[in-house]
Design a protein around this ligand. Structure first.
Ligand code: HEM
Length: 135
């Protein structure tokens, strides 16, 4: 199946986003630059759930994030933290590493895997820069 035919959520399935976010937050928990920003410290269970819901919704899944958290307004929600190039790049490093590992495990043919990696990585790079509010 080519990645263009349905949503990426249809292609990858809901558990993909949970696994991706788990890998990402496992890395954040070991990151001395990022972890101090997180309101609940190393207790990232609720933060994991929010990001997984958001990403699943963004890529065409159910609107659970919207129902539970309202409009994402991600720039406004991130204004309370100083996000400069260092924070942006650490966030991206962990997300792109998690993305590659998660896609390596996904049952996709190589062309589809590359296509999905390209789409999702491009989105993450742009979104992280969009949320930079310092530096
Ligand atoms: C650029 C570097 C970034 C930093 C330093 C950062 C940091 C944070 C922090 C500290 C939280 C609070 C954790 C929580 O309690 O949920 C948070 C929440 C969140 N972040 Fe980020 N973030 C970054 C980029 C992104 C990007 C690129 C996205 C989307 C692709 C994103 C999506 C979210 C979402 C959906 C939440 C939960 C918002 C809510 O419902 O309250 N973040 N982020």
């Amino acid at each position: 199946m080519a990645a263009g035919e349905g949503s990426l959520h249809d292609l990858l399935g809901a558990p993909f986003f949970v696994g991706l976010v788990d890998r990402f937050y496992d890395a954040v928990e070991g990151d001395p630059v990022l972890l101090p920003l997180y309101p609940d410290g190393a207790d990232t269970a609720a933060a994991r759930e929010r990001l997984a819901m958001f990403l699943a919704q963004y890529w065409g899944g159910p609107h659970e994030y919207m129902e539970r958290r309202g409009h994402p307004m991600l720039r406004a929600r991130h204004n309370q933290w100083e996000i400069g190039p260092l924070q942006r790049d650490r966030w991206l490093l962990h997300m792109l590493t998690a993305l590659e590992a998660s896609l390596a495990d996904a049952p996709l043919d190589d062309a589809t895997r590359e296509d999905v990696l390209g789409q999702m990585a491009t989105y993450m790079v742009n979104a992280a820069e969009h949320l930079r509010n310092a530096g």
